[in-house]
Design a protein around this ligand. Structure first.
Ligand SMILES: CC(C)(COP(=O)(O)OP(=O)(O)OC[C@H]1O[C@@H](n2cnc3c(N)ncnc32)[C@H](O)[C@@H]1OP(=O)(O)O)[C@@H](O)C(=O)NCCC(=O)NCCS
Length: 265
């Protein structure tokens, strides 16, 4: 599972090793990262992405940014409402496996957790290769090409309304949030017990005729089941799709009140 944690000066040797990797350097060829200064800078959130506790990549969120940049490629003009994300995965063997997507989803969710933020920006090199495809797949829209000093970049933006329309939580994103908020689950049955409590609360809301409350309780049950499924290494939506394929091909013995049991084949 991918989790994000704050980067520290202890991570500097790791950053320097990753920056030597050709694809990472190519994404930012003329930028001379001064790590102690970067880590201490105001308005920047520097995060290490870990895969099951192993550092695999870096995310930087510039908390104040807008579409105006200076020649040194710094996002300037401190207008509220914009955030910019920089992302890279250190080793080739960790790329193209969905980790970048999971990292970016969490970074975007962090940005939009602040209700004042209306737009997230990224600026990969303007090639038709991985970075631009990645930007499009993450829902960003191309805005314009820019030249910062010796660097050509393509600016992409994701407005909040697009993110809200397209947003889909996954078992992994829910589990990452839950672990960051509540800590690791000591045992998966702790989660099923909690889900059972939520299910009881759902039933109480239904018996009381409180529809809106019942919908919220149903979501709480599903959120816990997403976390269990992620910790078992799968995604609940995928598992539901697979199970529905089976269900649609089963023969059912009806109990007469709207549910039933499948017949053994
Ligand atoms: C860009 C980067 C962060 C993407 O992370 P990743 O883990 O490799 O990408 P993912 O496996 O999560 O794939 C996300 C999407 O990118 C695209 N993608 C992934 N690998 C690709 C490849 N080798 N070629 C083309 N597109 C690819 C896919 O469209 C994928 O979406 P889909 O699976 O829904 O079709 C990572 O490759 C990286 O660090 N690259 C070097 C630094 C860089 O270019 N940074 C700028 C990023 S804006």
């Amino acid at each position: 599972m991918i989790t994000l944690r704050a980067a520290s000066t202890d991570d500097i040797p790791l950053f320097e090793a990753w920056r030597k990797e050709s694809v990472v350097a190519a994404s930012d060829p003329n930028d001379d990262w001064d790590w102690p200064q970067t880590l201490a800078a105001e308005g920047l959130e520097n995060l290490i992405a870990e895969l099951d506790g192993r550092p695999i990549g870096f995310i930087q969120i510039a908390q104040i940014a807008d579409l105006v940049c200076d020649a040194s490629r710094s996002w300037v003009s401190p207008q509220p409402g914009f955030m910019a994300i920089d992302i890279w995965i250190g080793e080739e063997s960790d790329r193209s496996q969905g980790h970048g997507k999971a990292m970016m989803q969490q970074a975007i969710a962090r940005c939009f957790a602040d209700p004042a933020i209306h737009t997230v920006l990224i600026d990969p090199p303007p090639t038709k290769t991985l970075a631009s495809r990645f930007s499009n797949r993450m829902g960003f829209r191309f805005v314009e090409k820019r030249r910062y000093g010796d660097d050509d970049r393509a600016v992409y933006q994701l407005p909040r309304r697009d993110w809200e329309t397209a947003r889909t939580e996954t078992s992994a994103s829910i589990a990452a949030w839950a672990e960051a908020t509540f800590g690791p689950a000591s045992d998966l049955t702790v989660l099923t017990q909690r889900a059972r409590q939520e299910l009881d609360e759902l039933e109480e809301a239904l018996l009381a005729g409180h529809s809106a409350e019942a919908i919220g309780e149903a979501a709480d049950v599903v959120i816990l089941l997403h976390r269990v499924t992620a910790l078992l290494g799968a995604d609940l939506a995928d598992a539901v799709t697979a199970k529905m394929t089976i269900n649609r091909n089963r023969r059912w013995r009806l109990s007469g009140d709207g549910v039933g049991q499948h017949e053994e084949s």
